[in-house]
Design a protein around this ligand. Structure first.
Ligand SMILES: *[C@@H]1O[C@H](CO)[C@@H](O)[C@H](O)[C@H]1NC(C)=O
Length: 231
């Protein structure tokens, strides 16, 4: 089981490499430069309405203050595909409103540059966990994060009225919870740095060998960054 998960994580990571690395870049002046720097993939396995996820995302906000240029951060969502669920086809632990929040965040992640979707998520969290996923929270936070709900693609993906039930977003959620499961992620929040699970926040911090303070994650990211970019 463990081995299988590790294998899957490794293939995900190598897929990430091939996307990020551009081995020969021709500069405008015609000179060749070496490989571009590789950012460290950081994945947070979350549920948008989960208090542990909110805490984890707030810790990573501090981490990013220090190493944002070296990190390629993404969220992946925990849920169970369930054909009996009328709106999403997915059961989310904290109810359908959490599924809606997951959809809104997935759509923002897909259509907006990092700074804007991350601010959108932070804004949702700041309203409180019971507000995450409500249409009015999504629209308010879209404004706050200067995210163009109607024209950027996010609104079409997540529902123009913010309800999280548009076809594209619902499909994204269904696909995403399957990917999360294949990665072996079960608890919100699970922290994965460069393909390795380094920490879980589930009521308390668990399995965090390298620590769980922002400075601990910064250190682990710096180490992985050096490994990825040496030579
Ligand atoms: C699937 O969804 C139905 C309808 O909401 C629910 O009653 C049932 O418990 C769900 N099954 C699982 C395994 O979550």
């Amino acid at each position: 089981m463990r081995t299988a998960n590790c294998f899957l994580l490794l293939s995900l990571v190598s897929a990430t490499y091939s996307r990020v690395v551009d081995p020969l870049v021709i500069q405008p002046d015609g000179a060749f430069s070496g490989a571009q720097e590789v950012k460290v993939p950081v994945v947070l396995g979350v549920m948008s309405g989960c208090p542990d996820a909110l805490l984890c995302e707030s810790v990573f906000d501090h981490v990013l203050d220090r190493v944002s240029a070296k990190v390629d951060l993404s969220l992946t969502f925990i849920g169970t595909v369930n054909a009996s669920e009328p709106d999403f086809g997915v059961t989310c632990k904290h109810g359908p409103q959490e599924c809606a929040g997951n959809v809104q965040e997935l759509c923002a992640q897909k259509y907006e540059p990092f700074d804007r979707w991350w601010e959108f998520v932070q804004c949702q969290n700041f309203q409180g966990r019971y507000e995450v996923g409500k249409p009015e929270t999504a629209l308010k936070c879209a404004k706050a994060a200067q995210l163009d709900w109607e024209n950027s693609g996010v609104g079409t993906c997540a529902g123009l009225d913010g309800d999280g039930k548009a076809e594209e977003g619902v499909r994204l959620l269904r696909e995403n919870v399957v990917v999360t499961k294949k990665m072996g992620i079960e608890k919100s929040c699970t922290v994965i740095i460069n393909g390795k699970q380094v920490c879980v926040r589930d009521g308390a911090w668990k399995q965090c060998e390298g620590g769980h303070e922002p400075s601990d994650f910064v250190r682990q990211i710096e180490e992985e960054y050096s490994k990825l970019n040496k030579g």
